[in-house]
Every structure is written in C-alpha cells, then in structure tokens.
Design a protein around this ligand. Structure first.
Ligand SMILES: *Cc1c(COP(=O)(O)O)cnc(C)c1O
Length: 400
C-alpha cells in the first residue's frame, strides 16, 4: 500500500511545478491501483467493490446540486432530480409502495435514511420511545440522541433478531407513550431480520396505537426483496419508512442511500419554498447530484431481474463459503437466505489480511457481489495452511 507520509501530503504555499505534479499523479494512480486490488481480499465488509463508472467521468467536470425536494421544480437548474426520481421509483416499487405512491429521496447513506425515518416518526409522535434490537446498527442509538428520544434496546433471539417477548415487556413498561420502532432488516453483524409483522402485532396487542415503524434495510433490504427467501420488509408489511443503501449491494465510489416514506408523514416536515425555490423535505441542504446518475445507470443496465440475479449469486457464494468453512473445521453459521457467514476467527494476521471483522469470538464473511468462490477457496487454502498470503497485503496489515 502506498502510505504517504503526512509531510508528503502537506499543501504548500507555492503552486506545484510540473515535476512535482507528475509525482502527485503517480502517487494518486498508485493509491487507486491499490484500492482496486483490495477487492482480492475484501470479504468482510458489507460493501460492493464490483462496479465501474469511469464512462461517467464527464460528471466530474460539472457541478450539480439536488437541493430541496426531489419532486419539486427549483430555481437551481443544475441538478439530476429526474434521475433521482427514477431511482427512487424503482426502490419504491420494490418496497411495495402504497396506493398513491411513496415519497423518497437519495441520501448520503443508510444513517441519513434512518435519521429521516426516525425524524418523521418523532414529528408524528413527539413523545415516542425509540425501540430497536440490541443488534441494530450503531446509527440508531446515535439518532435517538440527536433527536433526544428515549432509547430502548431490545434483547435478541438466537438468530440475532429482535425477541418479540422482550419487545412486548418493553412496550408494556412504556405503554402510555407512542412507539417509534426501528426494525433491522438484515443486521450488519449476522444478517438477522426482525419480524416486522410480529412487531406490528405486539404493538396492537399491548394497545399502543400511536406508532411509527421504520425498516432499516440499508444492508438487507435488497436481499429481503429479491433473495431466495423473500421476507416482509416493505410498506405492505407495516413499514412507514424505509432505509436502503446505495453503496452496499449496488455499489458506488461514494457512499449513498435511499429513504422512502409515506407521503402524508412527509407533509408534516415539509417547509415550503425554502431551498432555492424548492420545498424542503430532506435532511441535507445541498444534496449530491452525482450518485443518482451513477445508480440510475447501474440499475438501468441490470434491470430488476439482473439485480435479483446478483443478489441470489451472493447467497450462493455464501452457501459455498459455509460448506467450505465447515470442511475447514470453522463451525460456520448463516441465517437462512442471508449472505453473511459467521465462523471461528483465525489468527490476527489472517483477519487483517482478509478484512474479517469480529463479532464476539467469531468473524464474518459477507458475500457481496465482488466476492466469488475463488476468494473463498483462497481463504480456505490459507486457513488450512496451504495458501500463500500475498506479501503486499501483509505489509498493509502490518502498517495498520
Ligand atoms: C450500513 C448500515 C447502516 C448505515 O449506513 P451508512 O451508509 O454507513 O450510513 C445502517 N443500518 C444497517 C443495518 C447497515 O448495515
């Protein structure tokens, strides 16, 4: 890995001369090459590295800004909201948009999408307690702090999903207050899926009728919709708002996400004519105009079928990994239908080299679209002591 020294990167007083600039170009090219090569060993993070948007390079020489509502006309005409709406429509259909359609916009990632959902819920019910499973993404308790909501972490069952009897007890304790529930649709750690309909049922049984359900499908939304075992995660299953990631299953050079909600709830937060002539019903001020174009191109290329095929291939690779890791004596487990395999952690250097993150005593492999059977074979060869670790990756691991 090119690990430049801090002083090599310092921005100086004088413009750089031609020779110095050539050096900078070489340095940046080497860094990009290394980042591309990281694909060979990136099997532990929920991010897809398999994409190439270089034919859209012309968009790096223009400015765009999707400030304000994705639906509104705006005085700022350098934007890509047409593309943003097409991307949002695709996901809204996937999530079973209610009659009259869903509201949606592109965010800077899953966290903003979750914040948006929780914000709507709190504006609907200002006294709401925010419930989420103990395995919810770390953005969720943070969002509770930002919105100053009381937070209740609910214990999980053996699959890592929210335990409904623990949820019932928590609801009973706070029965007089409204509920804002974040259901995790695919936990980042093990791919566990909370039971959205079960959560709904518990709220009804306990008698909490003021509630907002947010489905955090940042990681698992596409698996839930298109995987071999479709699971309830959408509007028809009781979600009032939904988060989906753009850089996880689809892939993009910059993090991005999608937030979806019921149009009536968004009315409540909309400020009219606030953002360069547009209504404001999003979290950010200036908004990214580039990612909508990237995602539009990729989704248009794949189509729903192509995306479904990609998702299923990930699950097949995870199945293959579970089989191979079992043969290696690593005791793998996988939530059925998920692309995440938890197994006994190898030594520290192997974990670093393969980007395997710890979940307690174990680590997880996440079969994202760039991860192939060949990755699994090389990893297993190493675990069995027959593989040859790459020297450059070892240098990277050492350099931390
Ligand atoms: C990744 C993830 C998020 C947060 O997404 P960012 O894009 O990193 O902000 C939220 N929830 C889940 C379940 C995730 O996996």
């Amino acid at each position: 890995m090119v690990i430049p020294l801090e002083e090599d990167l310092a921005i100086g007083e004088q413009p750089r001369g031609p020779a110095e600039r050539a050096g900078d170009v070489a340095l940046l090219r080497a860094l990009a090459d290394e980042m591309r090569r990281a694909q060979d060993y990136m099997v532990g993070f929920p991010v897809n590295l398999d994409f190439d948007y270089r034919d859209l390079a012309q968009y790096l020489a223009v400015h765009g800004n999707n400030a304000g509502s994705p639906c509104a006309s705006t005085d700022y005409h350098l934007h890509s909201k047409y593309f943003e709406r097409a991307v949002v429509d695709f996901f809204a259909q996937l999530a079973g948009a209610p009659a009259g359609g869903a509201f949606g916009y592109m965010t800077n990632g899953g966290t903003e999408s979750n914040l948006f959902g929780a914000y709507l819920g709190r504006e609907r019910h200002p006294d709401a307690v925010l419930y989420a499973s103990a395995r919810a993404h770390y953005s969720v308790p943070k969002i509770a702090r930002i919105l100053r909501m009381e937070y209740v972490g609910v214990a999980t069952d053996e699959t890592g999903a929210m335990d409904l009897s623990a949820f019932r007890s928590a609801c009973q304790q706070h029965r007089t207050k409204a509920a804002m529930v974040v259901a995790t649709i695919g936990s980042t750690e093990e791919g566990a899926v909370d039971d959205l309909r079960g959560i709904h049922r518990v709220l009804t049984e306990v008698g909490i009728d003021r509630a907002h359900l947010h489905a955090d499908g940042a990681f698992g939304g596409l698996l839930a919709a298109l995987g071999p075992r479709p699971v309830p995660w959408g509007f028809a299953d009781g979600a009032d708002s939904i988060a989906i990631s753009g850089h996880k299953m689809i892939g993009s050079p910059v993090p991005c996400g999608i937030a979806l909600a019921r149009p009536g709830d968004v009315e409540r937060i909309r400020v009219h004519d606030a953002a360069v002539g547009a209504d404001d019903d999003t979290i950010s001020g200036s908004r990214d105009a580039l990612c909508p174009i990237l995602l539009w191109q990729e989704l248009r290329r794949l189509g729903r079928q192509g995306l479904a095929e990609r998702v299923r291939r990930c699950v097949r690779v995870a199945e293959y990994a579970a089989d191979r890791l079992r043969d290696c004596g690593r005791h793998p487990v996988r939530v059925p239908g998920s692309n995440t395999v938890l197994f006994d952690a190898p030594d520290h250097a192997t974990c670093r080299r393969w980007n395997l993150l710890h979940v307690g005593e174990r680590v997880h492999l996440i079969a994202m679209p760039h991860v192939t059977e060949e990755h699994v074979d090389r990893l297993c060869d190493e675990l069995e002591g027959t593989g040859t670790p790459s020297p450059w990756m070892d240098r990277l691991a050492e350099s931390g």
